[in-house]
Design a protein. Structure first.
Length: 187
């Protein structure tokens, strides 16, 4: 896939595969994201993406936000069996019982943390990482994402494997995996 999109912009190749991807790549992916609610949303969406294309989640994100109380962990932590049934009937989201239950479980785990979720997650961000030359140079798992996944699981989180954690790190600016020729590459 070309690094230069139809619009003449040089970006990571995946960002040229659909207009939704270009928008997400250019305005969101890799930008520093803070705040426990914002990071709970991204952690949840990355878990829902597991086994699917990210564009599916991206296009369903407004429905996810409506279905999951804008990913307010305190609100989601109160979800019960009726809410699970409601979510399983919502065609606007990915209707996977395991992922729905994991999101509720994760909201409850957030409520039990002794520090804000964003502080916990950002504590795993590496101090630096090499700029990838190509997308083939971008890892799927790193020691930091393994450590994050291990810690989150110990704290009661579910659907937070090292690949999901690394995708979260990329999406929220904990690492910058824009390839060298991408206009978003910062160094």
């Amino acid at each position: 896939m070309s690094l230069v999109g139809a619009d003449g912009v040089s970006r990571c190749a995946w960002g040229n595969s659909a207009p939704d991807y270009a928008e997400y790549h250019d305005k969101e992916w890799g930008f520093t994201l803070r705040g426990s609610q914002a990071l709970f949303e991204r952690l949840s969406l990355e878990a829902f993406q597991s086994g699917l294309s990210w564009i599916v989640i991206l296009r369903k994100r407004p429905a996810f936000r409506a279905a999951f109380a804008d990913f307010d962990p305190a609100a989601v932590a109160t979800f019960d069996d009726d809410d699970v049934d409601r979510l399983l009937g919502d065609a606007g989201i990915v209707r996977n019982r395991s992922k729905i239950l994991a999101t509720i479980r994760n909201a409850r785990a957030v409520q039990e943390l002794d520090q804000p979720l964003d502080e916990l997650l950002w504590s795993f961000a590496p101090s630096s990482s090499p700029r990838p030359a190509t997308m083939e140079d971008v890892p799927a798992i790193t020691p930091e994402s393994r450590a994050m996944a291990k810690t989150l699981k110990k704290l009661g989180f579910a659907f937070v494997g090292p690949t999901t954690c690394y995708a979260l790190m990329q999406a929220t600016g904990m690492v910058d995996d824009h390839v060298r020729s991408c206009f978003r590459a910062t160094s």
